[in-house]
Design a protein around this ligand. Sequence first.
Ligand code: UT7
Length: 324
Amino acid sequence: MTRTLLRGTGSALPGTVVSNHELAARVDTSDEWIVERTGIRQRYIAGEGETTATLATEAARNALADAGMDASEIDLIVLATATPDNTFPATATKVQQALGCNGCIAFDVAAVCSGFLYAIATADSMLKTGMGQKALVIGAETFSRILDWEDRTTCVLFGDGAGAVVLELDADAAAGPDTPGIIATRLHADGAQHDLLYVDGGPSTTQTVGHLRMKGREVFRHAVVNLASVLHEVIDDAGISAEQIDWVVPHQANKRILDATARKLRIPAEKVIVTVDQHANTSAASVPLALDTARRDGRIKAGDLVMLEAMGGGFTWGASLIRM
Ligand code: UT7
């Protein structure tokens, strides 16, 4: 059978770190409130010359180096973002140009915080249906550029960054959860929840970029229910039990969501990768950033069974089980 292998990971962060204390000097908030309610201690914010495309390109280069591959080998670039450099063309084509692999397939996927899961599923399917052998899948965001910096209920929660993985098709893999590669993926969306998390602008409505708006408490409630449900689906599809999972790499929105979801699945907290304290919520970048962080610090190793999961605006949500 065919299976898509994860061959390398990489990430990139902007040069500027902003602490909770610095934010407390700008809006009516405090380090105590932010840490207690979210687990966030700091976030990285893009400066002049840093964009979604520049961060994505750096993450992609790091992932290619990790995989020991040259950009010219890549057949497909799928970039998940809700903060593209321009309305069009796709930011993926700017990354392609910067990497010097013009000619391959390159496009963006818009599923906000679940974007990386949607992008992984898209690339996995395209490789398995003969569209190429090797893919770059990137999650990259500059959410700082769509925040209302006077709204304390949202501006303290987000940060900028990028993460990337290199995928390669294995056309002759053995079936089952012990074989390396992407084992099972499930995606969902529910457009009825639009008003709980959205941006109040866009080219076809206001002709502006707009600002992020969120009813945080309601999003929190839906997140725990939806994530637990999709995780059970993927566990069932893969024919494994939750105890067999070595690591969960969740979307880094709020430490309390991570803890509540893990409790629902009876997965011990030590198996959950947490980077929200350092990076805050980087939307589509958060899962690949956390994955790369945990691979580089030696926690996630070859052969480990890793569950990726995310939930975000739309709503959209999904999970993917990968044997490293
Ligand atoms: O990535 C996409 C998915 N997004 C998420 O998953 C986010 C999900 N939601 C959350 O993470 C949490 O709901 C928040 C962190 C956004 C908020 O935490 P909460 O415990 O749900 O707080 P809350 O919204 O119920 O607000 C509690 C209080 C309110 O004051 P009152 O009405 O009780 O007087 C807020 O006005 O905290 C106040 N508050 C703040 N206080 C200080 C809200 N934001 C702040 C702030 N600093 N930054």
